[in-house]
Write a new protein. Sequence first.
Length: 556
Amino acid sequence: MFPNLSNLPRITRTIAFKLFLVITLAQAVTLFLLAVGSIRLQEKNLMDNVQTSGQRVSDVIARSMRHSMLLNRRDDVHEIISSIGGHEGIEDIRIYNKQGEVVFGTHAADLHTKVDAHAEACIICHDGDGLDHPSHASATLSRIFTNGEGQRVLGLITPIRNEPQCANADCHAHAPEKTILGVLDVKMSLTAIDGQLAGQRRSLMLISVVAVLVIGLLSGIFIWLVVRRPVRRLMAGMERVSSGELGHHLTIDSRDELGRLAEKFNDMTDELDRARGEITGWSQTLEAKVREKTADLEKAHRQMVRVEKMASLGNLASSVAHELNNPLEGILTFARLLVKRLRKSSLPPPDVESYCADLTLVADEAQRCGNIVKNLLLFSRQGGATFQTIPLRTIVDRCILLLNHHAQMRQISLQSDVHDDDAVECDPNQIQQTLIALIMNAIEAMSGTQQSGGAIRIGAIRQGQAIAVSVADNGPGMTDEVKAHVFEPFFTTKSEGKGVGLGLAIVFGIVERHHGSIEVESAVGKGTTFTMTLPLKQPQQSDVASAKTAYEGIRP
């Protein structure tokens, strides 16, 4: 329950300790003042009682001696004073006459001695101008002084007045105008009273100290349970919240201010946890959007780079094709002309056949070079498309009709998922050329494998104002390296002499001229899918020019 003493320097800085210190000091000061006031009040009451008792004792002594003094029985007076003076607490009894001489007393050595008129026992009753008339009319006067042993003594002065009975008695020779005949001086020791007061002081101080300790202990326990522990729980909760545990809840043990504070703390953590959840959700959504937009930008950038590369290669291919076309045409023409001349010559037939075979080979190779040049011209061509709206299924069915026999010979089935209502504005011949090229590539890729039951599926899916035409096969697929260069001119995976790598490059160019895009998805052993996205309606020339200007404006 109580804190470790090693943490005392840290505890002294807490609110609970400061509150405990203030309450304890306030209690100590209050109890001290109450003890001092109580002691003084008790002392005053006790001294008043002592003085009252002393006055009664002095009055009893005076009354006891009155009759003996009227009869002038001095022995009786001595006996009375000696008897009463022997009681505990009475230190001395004296009777002074008018001249200040001790005529009666408890101590025989004091008899017939004379005191100074200005002594304490006399000056208390007179003003010092004379002893004929007292300056106080009180019946009994008191004084407190310290004797030679350092003890306090209560002195009671009772004047012996000249009563009519005294003035008219035979033994007295005092005139009636004499009011005071003598003084009865009774001294009572206050040692017992002082001891009792000292004991009461010690008791009160001890009780005060014990009360301060008990009340301080109870206050400390109360503050620790009601203030310190809830505040520590609140601080621990704040530390856990600051460390990231926003859903932390405090246990509510009371309904006071600290309990309501803990309840508000729980409400705050709930709100913080909810806000963090929303922020986390927004952050994740934003990250997903950023990744999506980044992928789109990367895709657009790759598309732009590919377009620029294809445009540059197209210009180069056009120039090379035009430069090679005339020489190749000349080689082919003169090779065929020489064959005709040799067959009409008089050379031996074996030689003629040998020469004609060589020239035929030259002509065939020239023809093959001419076909390559023709493909280069087709790749570099930027216009010439005739657009019309036509059902896509018509084009697909024509492609399947042309290639179905070729596929069946290789045990490959061609399947179509294109619907009659899928119409698109395009150049039917060029779109047919792209589909034939894609299907032929798939057939050739699957022909090199030993698997049976191959299939090529042509599908179409509407995507808003565009349509995605896909050619998917279950062939061997391709690696990422091949996939990255598949649309580049002169890139081919076929063996030498079976292709120059212009088929997919021409497909890419046709799709670009239709303001579409083409993508490939493939993995080794999982087949390949080419997806060609075409707009349902070709944009107007003004829209194309605006898009071209915007594209040129963002190029580096």
